[in-house]
Design a protein around this ligand. Structure first.
Ligand code: SAH
Length: 395
């Protein structure tokens, strides 16, 4: 078993209520819906991933060959090494500041940061200047990251949420020049942030909810958009009208929840270089982008609440729009193009010459990261920087 990335297939399996698994969270959700009514899709995703007792990320070791899905850093060390070198170049472009924050959001097993540190270590002064912060809500994953990164000699600090980093940044704000520069990385991070779905009917919009059907099973219910929903979703009447003109009945439009803490933390640094890589698309997608993966297989998102990974494909045009008011945005470009411009082929060749016995594994890992029909084409990279920072490498 080589492990499957969470980008495939794009088709969501149909919902068969008979296959539904009676997870501990399913009972909690049914009770909640009975007393307080249907949950919006974003609320459902949030509870399934983050419920303190039964949430998917709280207790499970989801990522890696034995987990539910596999990510780029778990496929090839070259991925993390190139991101490490990307950080070095961004740091040098900012004038090699000391200190600066190196922040990773959602570090998974810690593999990306380990490989980044190894590669970036060759640049004089980089690691000595970096204050490394990992933002990870899952205690299980924090432990895995701790033991993997314990091998490195670099001190690392953990936060359970972006809000915690923010609080820490504020408390350190009295120290002159402390928190003014940050390099921030998020691989497969944006897709865990909850999103809603608007479903287009012949003459209006419905908001997708999770409700109970006649047999008390969780089921989708598309409820007419109410007045208060507009503000909550950050939708103006004009943008809904524009969407109406661009869509057909039956189309589904994904509306990511604006993550206020993420926007604030990005805006809190005088100089920032941020990189997000995720699976997603540019241009219009009018289909269902909500997906569940369990045990390296796709299932319908209502099948195993709390025990499957739930993500949305990312609309990168929308990410670009969200950040363009306050930042300069580089890309999006496909992961294949991004890694190509960072020199993945040259780096892999050097690694293969130095380790002939692993050459086949290195080659097939890199091919997987670059494949236009696979991760190379379906994942996109986007760079976000403050106005004083020069264009970021790879775009
Ligand atoms: N970046 C890693 C893992 C991606 S999986 C890799 O490439 O392998 C998503 C990661 O985001 C997990 O570590 C998960 O626990 C974390 N996560 C989930 N919700 C989060 C949140 N709200 N804030 C920060 N991290 C979160």
């Amino acid at each position: 078993m080589t492990g499957s990335a969470r980008s495939f297939p794009l088709e969501t399996p149909g919902y068969d209520a008979g296959l539904r698994r009676e997870t501990p969270l399913a009972a909690v959700l049914r009770e909640r819906i009975r007393t307080s009514g249907p949950l919006s899709l974003a609320e459902y995703q949030d509870v399934c991933l983050n419920d303190p007792s039964h949430g998917y990320y709280r207790n499970r070791l989801a990522i890696g060959r034995g987990g539910d899905f596999i990510t780029a850093p778990e496929i090839s060390q070259v991925f993390g090494e190139l991101i490490g070198l990307w950080c070095v170049v961004a740091w040098q472009q900012m004038g090699s500041p000391k200190p600066f924050r190196l922040i990773e959001l959602g570090p998974g097993r810690g593999t990306l940061m380990r490989d980044m540190i190894r590669a970036a270590g060759i640049a004089r002064g980089f690691l000595d200047s970096a204050e490394i912060w990992l933002v990870e809500p899952s205690p299980t994953l924090r432990e895995v990251q701790g033991s993997l990164l314990g091998e490195t000699s670099v001190p690392i600090q953990w936060c359970g949420s972006i809000e915690e980093i923010e609080a820490e940044t504020r408390s350190g704000a009295g120290l002159e020049d402390r928190n003014d520069v940050a390099i921030l990385i998020g691989n497969e991070f944006l897709d865990v942030l909850p999103a809603d779905q608007l479903v287009r009917s012949p003459n209006g919009w419905s908001l997708r909810h999770v409700a109970l059907d006649q047999s008390d099973a969780l089921s989708y219910a598309d409820l007419a958009l109410k007045l208060g929903d507009h503000a909550r979703l950050g939708l103006e009447t004009a943008s809904l009208e524009a969407l109406m003109a661009a869509t057909n009945p039956g189309d589904i439009v994904t509306i990511p929840r604006r993550d206020a803490a993420l926007s604030r933390i990005l805006a809190s640094f005088d100089r920032l270089a941020a990189l997000f890589i995720d699976y997603g698309y540019c241009g219009a997608s009018r289909g269902d982008t909500f997906q569940a993966v369990r045990d390296q297989r796709y299932e319908h998102p209502l099948t195993s609440p709390g025990e499957a990974d739930l993500t949305h494909l990312i609309d990168f045009d929308c990410v670009k729009r969200q950040f363009s008011d306050d930042f300069l945005v580089d890309g999006p470009v496909s992961q294949g193009d991004f890694l190509g411009r960072l020199g993945i082929i040259e780096r892999a060749s050097r690694l293969m010459s130095a380790n002939p016995s692993s050459a086949t594994t290195i080659e097939s890992g890199v091919a997987r990261l670059l494949s236009p029909q696979g991760m190379g084409g379906r994942f996109q990279a986007i760079g976000i920087r403050t106005k004083s920072v020069r264009p970021l490498p790879g775009f």
